[in-house]
Design a protein around this ligand. Structure first.
Ligand SMILES: *Cc1c(COP(=O)(O)O)cnc(C)c1O
Length: 339
């Protein structure tokens, strides 16, 4: 693929597929760097303090991926033989290779979650173990915001926090797309992060940085996470080169997310007029399609024929889908013959 193929491609498989902009590449090239294992990389230090401030927490640590920053959070909260309570469709349960169990000897207790990402308070309460030698020690509840694009409903998190306080549990947020939730609900990122002891955010999703995540929280937790990051092999040296892209994303790209949401909304309407309202669910920057598998397969091939990539029936909008791409996509959808 040439550069122009990349630029002209329409890829809705994920918001992780974005290319760094030339402004971002410029700041990455010019970033002041140092050895971050000695905590001497000025760009990483700047990114960590910017993120901590933005989320209203004491400290932050830069990690190579969201999988690692979630794991750092769990490792900082738990000891061997402890347990976290998590929704059965949550990324930290299903999509992280069982890392907490594999690497931390931390047992997940998964309970059902609804389409909005909520576990019922009764289920959470029922999952908390009494202090008894038969049981793992319940230590943390994990939530996710957004969950498959859907922001947690306002008012839910304070209720979970209250439950956690009742049982002295910590509360962790997988906020891979926290900024999509903030933009969609028109609140500051700190409001979304409020009530959580630790929050993981991704710079490499809709924010458009090539690499990187952060774990944000109390200073003592982040200190412990720093030890674990080294253990996991995530201590990077002149990592400021990549952190610069992340800092640029946090300072320049948050506001753009609303445009991704608006674009997804317009495309969802086109899909609805083709397939019916019941087949299409919009969730911030994502569209979930509910079509018979054979029809979806046919649609995916029809789109692929004009260079439009879709994976699962979950289409994700991001910075590299521009007005031209949207127009081409909508045209192609309109020309699809479903029968
Ligand atoms: C992408 C994502 C992560 C982290 O994934 P990495 O690819 O490891 O950065 C965590 N949680 C959710 C909900 C995600 O979408």
């Amino acid at each position: 693929m040439t550069d122009s193929d990349v630029m002209n491609s329409i890829d809705l498989r994920s918001d992780t597929v974005t290319q760094p902009s030339s402004a971002m590449r410029d700041v990455m090239r010019d970033a002041p760097v140092g050895d971050d294992v000695y905590v001497e990389d000025p760009t990483i230090i700047a990114l960590e303090s910017y993120a901590a401030n933005l989320l209203g927490k004491e400290a932050a640590i830069f990690a190579p991926s969201g999988t690692q920053s979630n794991l750092l959070g769990l490792l900082a909260h738990c000891q061997r033989g402890d347990e976290y309570i998590v929704g059965s469709n949550a990324h930290t349960f299903r999509y992280e290779g069982g890392g907490a169990a594999v690497l931390g000897s931390i047992q997940p207790h998964s309970i059902p979650m609804d389409q909005q990402g909520c576990m019922s308070l009764e289920d959470i309460r029922g999952a908390v173990k009494p202090d008894d030698i038969h049981f793992a020690c319940s230590k943390v509840v994990c939530l996710e915001n957004t969950h498959a694009g859907t922001p947690l409903p306002a008012g839910y998190v304070p209720q979970v926090r209250q439950l956690c306080d009742e049982f002295s549990l910590a509360l962790h947020l997988d906020g891979a797309r926290l900024f999509n939730a903030a933009v969609a609900q028109n609140v500051s990122p700190a409001v979304i992060a409020e009530h959580f002891d630790s929050v993981s955010i991704c710079l490499s999703k809709g924010l458009g940085a090539p690499v990187g995540s952060l774990l944000v929280g109390r200073a003592d937790l982040i200190k412990s996470a720093r030890r674990w990051r080294k253990v996991l092999g995530g201590g990077m040296r002149q990592g400021g080169i990549i952190a610069a892209g992340g800092l640029h994303a946090l300072t320049h790209h948050v506001d753009h997310l609303v445009l991704d949401h608006q674009r997804a909304d317009r495309v969802a309407r086109v899909l609805q007029s083709k397939f019916g309202a019941g087949a299409v669910r919009l969730a911030t920057n994502m569209i979930h399609l509910n079509l018979p598998p054979a029809n979806y397969e046919k649609l995916a091939l029809w789109l692929a024929d004009s260079g439009i990539k879709v994976g699962r029936p979950r289409w994700v909008f991001h910075r590299d889908i521009d007005d031209n791409a949207e127009a081409k996509l909508c045209d192609r959808i309109s020309g699809f013959n479903a029968s």
